[in-house]
Ligand binder design. Structure first.
Ligand SMILES: NC(=O)c1ccc[n+]([C@@H]2O[C@H](COP(=O)([O-])OP(=O)(O)OC[C@H]3O[C@@H](n4cnc5c(N)ncnc54)[C@H](O)[C@@H]3O)[C@@H](O)[C@H]2O)c1
Length: 432
């Protein structure tokens, strides 16, 4: 370990052992195809070779966003915040050819000490100011309220930035970050890890190919007896993943959001939330349930269509995705309404699609490095992060005001004549 962090800095902002919380936490763990940290460490090594999938980004990543970096010795990447999630980035970065040096940036000296046991060449800095002269790029994996100030500081110094989800805690902050990155000519990416998950790619393909028939609805559940955060509620902690998954799978953003939240174990922070997102194209509703207060750990995405239904269970060790050839329809004509069942049921095969065995976090970090070196716009760009934050902000407003909120109200467009347009959109939504 080089340039050791100041040992006099404050202690961890998490209880000891928080780094090891793969099974107990409320936090999703999409680092690996299986949600097992132990299996994952071994698998990550095995999966980093030839079997890695090629990125499904050819269509989305064609614009030039930033001046290509020219560091021939490999990128110097700092991880700001090396707790539970940041330490996974540290591990993954060490496997990437495009990365030359990895730096740990954390005021808690224990973080660097622990990591340096596995990675002796790590550089360590106690804060971003100290690290900036030594890095080309940073990954910000601190608590959400610190994302904006840290990102703006790095951007102002000409450093490329990946920010963990959520990109920011307000849409206005996210916009400021996007504008700053654009002005500085650096990459701004958000860590929507599930958009680099092969199962999620498969779900998107099914929607695009209309394999499920008419898509009726989507449902996601991210529940656990979870780790309460200090600076954000369950909505901003867990729902960014689900909103990002649904936006990606549908290839669209919702037009409106309804949300119901409740506080139980903590009087300040909502620990249970239900969201209903309304999409126009395709015309479909997505229901999202997130909770830090549930006895069972659940990580599921279900899509129900007129022809087929699919369930992606991220915790299943086998059969993680099942496509059910099942359906329900109304019989063409009821002969005797009292004795005939009102619906007819179809039970067909269950298909288990082959999923590419990649590590989503590795695909994500590799893509970040690639964007820096080539000037591509990331698949999960700042705009992608903003789209999710707008939904979260609308959800927060909906829960507070007890009404359906249009994304336009957060996105602030159109400014003139918007009242009529809002009314028209709402009546279209309600009429379906
Ligand atoms: N993409 C995903 O699927 C995923 C999964 C888990 C967490 N996350 C995100 O990662 C981020 C971190 O979550 P976590 O669970 O690892 O938190 P954590 O509390 O375990 O770690 C945060 C670390 O940041 C350090 N820190 C605090 N302020 C700092 C500063 N100013 N400069 C440098 N370091 C600082 C702390 O000392 C701590 O080590 C959150 O935004 C969270 O939403 C993303």
């Amino acid at each position: 370990m080089h340039a050791a962090a100041d040992a006099s800095t404050e202690s961890a902002d998490r209880p000891v052992g928080a780094d090891l919380r793969s099974d107990e936490s409320g936090e999703p763990d999409p680092t690996l195809p299986e949600d097992s940290e132990r299996a994952g460490q071994e698998q990550a090594e095995n999966l980093s070779g030839d079997d890695s999938p090629s990125l499904p980004i050819s269509e989305t990543s064609t614009q030039q966003s930033a001046a290509p970096a020219t560091n021939r010795a490999g990128l110097r990447v700092g991880v700001v915040g090396c707790g539970y999630w940041g330490s996974k980035h540290v591990r993954v970065l060490h496997t990437l050819e495009m990365v030359g040096t990895v730096a740990v940036i954390d005021p808690n000296p224990d973080r660097a000490l622990q990591l340096s046991r596995n990675y002796p060449a790590l550089e360590a800095y106690k804060d971003l100011d100290e690290a900036i002269p030594h890095v080309d790029a940073v990954i910000i994996a601190t608590s959400p309220s610190t994302h904006k100030p840290l990102a703006l500081k790095a951007i102002a110094a000409g450093v490329h930035v990946m920010v963990e989800k959520p990109l920011a805690t307000t849409a206005a902050d996210a916009r400021e970050m996007i504008a700053a990155a654009k002005a500085a000519g650096v990459v701004l990416m958000v860590g929507h890890t599930f958009e680099y998950h092969s199962a999620v790619w498969q779900l998107r393909e099914m929607v695009q190919n209309r394999e499920l028939g008419k898509l009726y609805y989507l449902e996601t559940a991210r529940l656990n007896l979870g780790l309460y955060q200090r600076d954000c509620n369950v909505l901003f902690d867990l729902a960014p993943n689900d909103v990002s998954i649904v936006n990606y799978v549908l290839g669209d953003m919702p037009v409106s959001v309804q949300c119901w939240t409740s506080r139980h174990a903590n009087p300040q922070l909502e620990d249970v939330a239900y969201l209903r997102l309304h999409y126009m194209d395709p015309d479909v509703t997505a229901n999202i349930h997130v909770s830090w207060l549930n006895p069972d750990k659940v990580r599921k995405v279900t899509m129900v269509g007129s022809e087929k239904m699919v369930v992606f269970d991220d915790l299943a060790t086998q059969e993680r995705m099942k496509v059910h050839d099942k359906g329900v329809s109304r019989p063409p004509r009821l002969v005797d309404e009292l004795t005939e069942p009102p619906m007819s049921y179809r039970y067909g095969d269950v298909v288990l699609p082959h999923l590419v065995m990649n590590e989503p976090l590795m695909v994500e970090d590799e893509h970040f490095a690639e964007c820096i070196l080539t000037g591509l716009t990331p698949l999960t760009s700042g705009a992608n992060g903003l789209a999710v934050v707008e939904v979260l902000e609308a959800a927060q407003m909906s829960a507070r005001e007890g009404r359906e909120v249009l994304i336009e109200e957060i996105a602030g467009k159109p400014e003139k004549g918007s009242a009529d347009q809002h009314r028209e959109t709402m009546s279209r939504l309600r009429g379906r």
